[in-house]
Design a protein around this ligand. Structure first.
Ligand code: MN
Length: 271
């Protein structure tokens, strides 16, 4: 799979520096083969919450439709490059079926709901939306993806409502250290009973020592080598139906260059 859909969406982020996600998406695109990239022309305006608890909902819905159209018209599955984590909803929706597991590589669980989120930032709610919770206009149909088919990995910053949701559903959560044992991650995915996988990489799964361009860095993360080895081991064992790579947020073009080596190694494992 070597088709990339670049989505410079910032509207799902809660960061005051969310616009850096636009620079990040375009910096990644600049290092990928031009012929294999389509860049979605996302609106720059913030948009409105439309009376809901999701900030900038109107823009998120518009971008969702644009990305869905691009994924539907292009040739075969794609790797969707954010932008914020919210793009994973549309990316996964295009490929998911009942035999698909999700490997969610992220420092955070992204399991807030509109009721529990303090920021209204959709990128903190996206996995919950994938599980069918949240606004009816911005989620998967309930039952499409279920908690028993999700493996969170590299997770190390959970808010109390997320901890409660995980405890209630029995979702599998693997620490960053677990990524040094790719066979263990593969085993967790096989234990879901699914035979194919969707892989989501939020770059904040990486340790801030390896990745500077993060708006929500969390210490004690994984190394790029462990993430790459994990993705390769998973793909050796089961077909990957789609992927997303998100949240690159460089402070400047020079700073972006420092991170692109690690990012391209991860993309190389996904592609
Ligand atoms: Mn995330």
């Amino acid at each position: 799979m070597s088709r990339f859909v670049i989505v410079p969406q910032w509207q799902g982020s809660g960061s005051s520096r969310a616009m850096r996600l636009v620079d990040g998406a375009l910096a990644v695109a600049g290092d990928l083969p031009r012929a294999s990239c389509s860049i979605v022309d996302v609106p720059m305006e913030a948009g409105e919450s439309l009376g809901t608890a999701v900030r900038r909902l109107s823009s998120l819905l518009r971008i969702r439709d644009q990305v869905a159209q691009e994924l539907a018209t292009g040739d075969g599955p794609a790797i969707v490059v954010g932008g914020d984590c919210g793009v994973a909803l549309t990316s996964l929706a295009a490929v998911v079926d009942a035999d698909t597991a999700v490997l969610w590589l992220d420092a955070h669980a992204d399991l807030q709901s509109p009721e529990t989120s303090r920021t209204g930032a959709f990128h903190g709610m996206v996995l919950r939306a994938i599980l069918g919770d949240g606004l009816p206009q911005l989620r998967l149909e309930p039952g499409t993806m279920t908690p028993d088919r999700v493996v969170l990995a590299g997770t190390r910053e959970l808010d109390p409502p997320e901890q409660e949701f995980i405890a209630a559903t029995g979702m599998t959560v693997l620490s960053p250290d677990a990524l040094s044992d790719p066979a263990g991650v593969v085993a967790a995915l096989e234990a879901t009973g699914a035979h194919q996988v969707y892989i989501h990489v939020d770059l904040d799964v990486l340790d801030p020592g390896h990745m500077g361009g993060l708006s929500h860095p969390v210490p004690f993360g994984a190394s790029p080598a462990d993430v790459v080895a994990t993705v390769r081991a998973v793909r050796d064992r089961m077909p990957m139906v789609g992927a997303s790579l998100t949240e690159f947020s460089p402070s400047s073009p020079d700073a972006a260059v420092d991170d692109l080596g690690a990012i391209l190694r991860v993309i190389g494992a996904l592609a």
